[in-house]
Design a protein around this ligand. Structure first.
Ligand code: PDD
Length: 286
């Protein structure tokens, strides 16, 4: 039976209960993180904590743990209780439970839910790459906050899937911002790795950040500047990143084949180097 963490105690997922007045449930008033772990090591842990802190601060929700070490102990215990070697952690913090009122409640404490989950990345996606649709970005202008309010993302991901695509890349004011569940990259005609800057119009992905770090080590040129659909027409390669899939080659964007419909060499190099980067964290080098 899978064990989760709920407000200070470890319970089976079956037993865990949350109030119908939880503000996450009523207002999407909360934030989340998805982290991966291997050999009980949480990958890119500090980057996830930094983003969690930013999201909480922006929503004026108090950091509910004594310190980062406390949270790390909780995560490690949860991984141990679930007897898992590798997988993912979902952590959600809402403002708390209170009678329904848009105004922040005067007295309440955050509701914390953490559980583990597993998802198998389709080998075909890693080897052959994926297809991406282009759609308009219908989200608010604080996409940098990892808010649990994900309706536009859910609708876009579903729309992509129903139309035979793996992901939707969203367009705001002519520029591709990011995917519905991942960050978007191209290798432009100057051989630069180009992606939207980490501002309020995208979620600053932890994988995005780490891939940029890895690319710099490989002496690859990075251009954090938004690109357009026209830039896609002339790009050499494309890929997407997220914690759950790491890096996936993008081989077709709408009707446009990228690199003749094959994952590109730079993308392959980054995938392999990123796997090494993660393995060194697991083996304790980072
Ligand atoms: N989503 N952009 C969006 C909109 C996302 O939802 C995600 C990840 C990313 C990539 O962020 P990171 O590299 O930190 O995982 C970018 C997670 C995995 C999810 O909601 O399940």
């Amino acid at each position: 039976m899978s064990i989760c963490y709920l407000n200070g105690s470890y319970q089976t997922k079956f037993d865990a209960r949350i109030s119908i007045q939880d503000r996450g449930f009523n207002f999407s008033d909360g934030v989340y993180e998805v982290m991966s772990f291997s050999n009980t090591k949480v990958i890119n842990f500090q980057k996830h904590i930094n983003r969690l802190n930013l999201s909480l601060k922006e929503l004026k929700i108090h950091y509910p743990f004594k310190n980062t070490k406390t949270l790390k102990l909780i995560l490690n215990k949860l991984i141990k209780l679930n007897k898992l070697n590798h997988g993912f952690l979902y952590l959600q913090i809402t403002r708390g439970s209170a009678s329904r009122n848009h105004l922040f409640p005067k007295i309440t404490s955050p509701n914390i839910v953490i559980f583990t989950f597993n998802t198998k990345i389709d080998d075909k996606h890693i080897i052959d790459g994926v297809k991406v649709n282009l759609t308009s970005d219908k989200r608010w202008s604080r996409c940098d906050i990892k808010s649990i309010s994900l309706l536009p993302n859910v609708l876009e991901k579903q729309n992509a899937s129903e139309n035979g695509y793996y992901e939707s890349w969203q367009i705001r004011n002519n520029y591709i911002t990011e995917g519905s569940t991942s960050n978007a990259f191209i290798i432009n005609k100057k051989n630069e790795i180009q992606t939207h800057p980490a501002n309020n119009f995208i979620l600053g992905g932890v994988t995005r950040d780490s891939v940029i770090e890895v690319a710099k080590r490989l002496d690859l040129k990075i251009r954090e500047k938004a690109f357009t659909a026209c830039d896609i027409d002339t790009c050499k390669e494309a890929f997407l990143t997220s914690t759950t899939v790491r890096i996936l080659p993008v081989v077709k964007i709408q009707k446009n084949k990228i690199n003749n419909g094959k994952p590109g060499l730079i993308t392959r190099k980054l995938m392999s180097e990123y796997n090494d980067f993660i393995n060194s964290q697991i083996n304790g080098k980072y």
